[in-house]
Design a binder for this molecule. Structure first.
Ligand SMILES: Cc1cc2nc3c(=O)[nH]c(=O)nc-3n(C[C@H](O)[C@H](O)[C@H](O)COP(=O)(O)OP(=O)(O)OC[C@H]3O[C@@H](n4cnc5c(N)ncnc54)[C@H](O)[C@@H]3O)c2cc1C
Length: 532
C-alpha cells in the first residue's frame, strides 16, 4: 500500500512547527494536523492603559461577552481568564479525554497551541542539565541556533544571567525597561557582591519577543497588551509560522482535525480522527508519525497505541509560586507603558544544589480585579489601596525543578488519561527557603516582598510538563530512544515535552523546539539516504 504522506505531525504548537521546517526543506511530504481553533474575541488595538481609560466597549475583552473572565476564577495564571485567549484552552481536556485529579491539566486545541498564550521566557539547558539526555549536547547546537533565529529573541546583554540563558549569540537587543525595573537593576549592579552570598542573581529576561521589526512581525511598542494578545505579533507564536510552512508544496495543513488514536495498518502508521464537520472517523496513513500534541495529549496517544493501560507513568512538572513586590520610592508615580511579560529574570541558589528561576513583570497590562481578589480587604477598600499602590509594584513568578513534583499519568480502560500529583515532601521547605531569600534579596534592592503575597501555585498550574515518555539510551516499553521513537512502536516518534527526560526550573519550550528540530533533521537525513 502507498502511504498518503511520508510523515504526519500531530500538533502545530512549538514542537510540531519546529520539526516541520527541516522535513519540508528536505522535500519530505508532510501532513500536519491540529485542533485548529481560532480567536473569536480580538485583543485591543490601542495600548492597554489608554483602552482601560477610554474604551466604552472594553468589557468585551476584559470580561467577555459570555463572562469568560469570571468562569475560571480559581486558576492561577490570569491568562486562563483572558477572554481573547479562551480559544487557546477550550475543550482540550474533554476532547483529549484528560482528567486531572489534584492536578491542573492545561493543554490546547488551537493552531499554534499554548504558544498563543505563553510568557515567551526562553533558555537553553546547560551541559549539566542535559546529562540525562541520551545524546551529546553538541548535537543540539545547530538546532538551538536555527530555532533561536527563527523565533526572534530579545534581551541579549552581557549580565549575570548570560550563562544561565545561554542564548545571547542569537538575540536582539533588550526591550526598553520601565522605571521600577531599571531602579532594581541599578541597585543590583551596585550591591551584587552582597547578594551573591544569598545566591541571588538578576538580569534582563531573555524572551521570544522582537525588539526590531522582521518579516511580517513588528517590534514591541510597549503596548502592555502581552497578556491579551499582541496585534503586532511581536511575541512569538508557532501559529505565525504556519504561513511560511504553507509556501512549500510538500506541506499540507489540516486544521480542526482531532486525532483520537494512532496505530499500524498494513505495515503503515495511521492516525484515526475527525474534524467537527465529519460524522465518521477517518484514517490517514504515513511512513512515520511524529507526536507533538503537547505533553498530556501526546502521552494519551502514545500509551493508547502501546496498550499500556492501568499502569502509572511518571510526569515531571515544575512547582511554582507568585509574589508581589512594593518599591516605596515610587509610591504615587503614574502607571507607564511597559512590556507586560518578563522584564528582569532572576536565579536563586537553594539548599541541595537546587536553582530556582523567576521573572519580574509590570502590573501594567493586568486587570486590577486580579489583585483585588487576593487582597484580604473589602472590595471598596481594596480598590482604593491598589489604585494608589499598583504603580509602585512589581509582580514576580518563581519556578522550581520538575522533579520536586511527584506526579503520574495513567491510561484507564475507557481510554481517558488520569493525571494526579502532589509536591514532594521537601518542596514546601524549598519554597519557604526561596521566599526568605527573595525577601532579603529584594529588600537590599529597595523593594519589599508584600507580606502574604507569596502564593504557592496548584500542582500542575505551572504548565511546564514533561517526561512521560522519556528518551533513554536503553529505553524500555513506554520510553523512547534518542530520536523519540517509542519502544515497541516503530516509526512513532514523540517530539514534544513528553520525551524530555529532565526538567529544570528554567523555561523549557525553547529546548522542546530545539529537540524537535534535532529529531526532524536526523529523520530527514535518514529519508534522504534511504531514497538515494
Ligand atoms: C500561560 C502560559 C505561560 C507559559 N509561559 C511559558 C514560558 O514563559 N516559557 C516557556 O518555556 N513555556 C511557557 N509555557 C509553556 C509553553 O506554552 C509550552 O511548553 C509549549 O507551548 C508546548 O509546545 P508543544 O508544541 O509541545 O504543545 P502545545 O503548544 O500544547 O501544542 C499542541 C498542539 O497539538 C494540537 N493537538 C492537541 N491535541 C490534539 C489532538 N488530539 N489531535 C490533533 N491535534 C491536537 C493542538 O491543536 C496544538 O496545535 C507557558 C504556557 C502557558 C499556558
Amino acid at each position: 500500500m502507498t502511504p498518503d504522506f511520508d510523515i504526519i505531525i500531530v500538533g502545530s504548537g512549538p514542537a510540531g512547527v519546529s520539526a516541520a521546517f527541516p522535513l519540508v526543506e528536505a522535500g519530505i511530504r508532510v501532513l500536519m494536523v491540529d485542533g485548529g481553533r481560532k480567536p473569536d474575541v480580538l485583543p485591543p488595538e490601542r495600548d492597554f492603559l489608554s483602552v482601560r481609560a477610554n474604551d466604552d466597549d472594553q468589557w468585551q475583552w476584559m470580561l467577555g461577552k459570555d463572562f469568560h473572565a469570571l468562569k475560571m476564577y480559581d486558576t492561577v495564571s490570569p491568562k486562563l481568564r483572558v477572554p481573547s485567549l479562551a480559544y487557546v484552552f477550550e475543550q482540550f481536556e474533554r476532547e483529549n479525554k484528560i482528567v486531572g485529579e489534584d492536578f491542573v491539566t492545561i493543554g490546547s486545541l488551537a493552531s499554534g497551541g499554548l504558544s498563543n498564550a505563553w510568557g515567551c521566557g526562553v533558555a537553553r539547558f546547560s551541559g549539566e542539565e542535559l546529562e540525562s539526555f541520551p545524546f551529546p549536547a553538541s548535537e543540539l547546537k545547530a538546532s538551538c541556533a536555527g530555532v533561536a533565529l527563527r523565533m526572534g529573541i530579545s534581551g541579549g546583554v552581557a549580565d549575570d544571567l548570560s550563562d544561565f540563558f545561554g542564548l545571547d549569540e542569537w538575540t536582539q537587543p533588550p526591550i526598553e525597561m520601565d522605571r521600577l525595573h531599571s531602579y532594581l537593576l541599578n541597585r543590583y549592579t551596585a550591591s551584587r557582591r552582597k547578594l551573591a552570598s544569598l545566591g541571588f542573581k538578576t538580569g534582563r529576561a531573555r524572551i521570544a519577543v522582537i525588539s526590531n521589526d522582521r518579516d511580517d512581525r513588528q517590534a514591541c511598542n510597549l503596548s502592555g497588551n502581552c497578556m491579551w494578545g499582541c496585534r503586532r505579533r511581536a511575541l512569538y507564536s508557532a501559529a505565525d509560522e504556519l504561513s511560511a510552512l504553507l509556501k512549500y508544496d510538500n506541506f499540507t495543513l489540516q486544521s480542526g482535525f482531532l486525532v483520537d488514536s494512532v496505530s499500524n495498518q498494513y505495515g503503515l502508521r495511521v492516525i484515526q480522527g475527525k474534524s467537527a464537520s465529519e460524522q465518521a472517523y477517518r484514517t490517514i496513513s504515513a511512513k512515520k508519525i511524529l507526536l507533538a500534541a503537547g505533553t498530556l495529549a501526546t502521552t494519551r496517544l502514545a500509551l493508547q497505541a502501546l496498550g499500556k493501560y492501568e499502569e502509572d507513568v511518571p510526569l515531571l512538572s515544575c512547582p511554582t509560586a507568585a509574589f508581589m513586590l512594593w518599591v516605596p520610592r515610587f509610591l504615587g508615580i503614574r502607571r507607564m507603558p511597559a512590556i507586560g511579560i518578563g522584564q528582569l529574570a532572576f536565579t536563586l541558589a537553594l539548599t541541595g544544589g537546587i536553582t530556582a528561576y523567576g521573572a519580574n513583570l509590570a502590573t501594567t497590562g493586568i486587570g486590577m480585579s486580579e489583585f483585588l481578589r487576593r487582597a484580604p480587604l473589602k472590595r471598596r477598600n481594596g480598590i482604593e489601596l491598589f489604585r494608589n499602590l499598583l504603580s509602585s509594584c512589581i509582580i514576580g513568578g518563581l519556578f522550581l525543578p520538575g522533579n520536586l513534583t511527584r506526579a503520574s499519568a495513567c491510561l484507564r480502560k475507557d481510554d481517558s488519561l488520569h493525571i494526579s500529583g502532589q509536591y514532594c515532601d521537601g518542596a514546601t521547605a524549598v519554597m519557604n527557603e526561596a521566599e526568605t531569600k527573595l525577601r532579603k534579596s529584594y529588600s537590599k534592592l529597595g523593594a519589599l516582598l508584600i507580606p502574604k503575597s507569596f502564593t504557592i501555585g496548584s500542582v500542575g498550574g505551572d504548565i511546564h510538563y514533561a517526561g512521560t515518555v522519556p528518551m533513554k539510551s536503553a529505553p524500555s516499553r513506554g520510553e523512547s530512544t534518542a530520536l523519540g521513537e517509542v519502544k515497541s512502536l516503530d516509526d512513532v516518534h514523540v517530539i514534544d515535552g513528553a520525551c524530555i527526560p529532565a526538567l529544570p526550573g528554567k523555561p523549557h519550550t525553547f529546548m522542546i523546539m530545539a529537540n524537535a528540530d534535532r529529531i526532524a533533521r536526523e529523520i530527514a537525513d535518514r529519508f534522504k539516504s534511504s531514497n538515494s
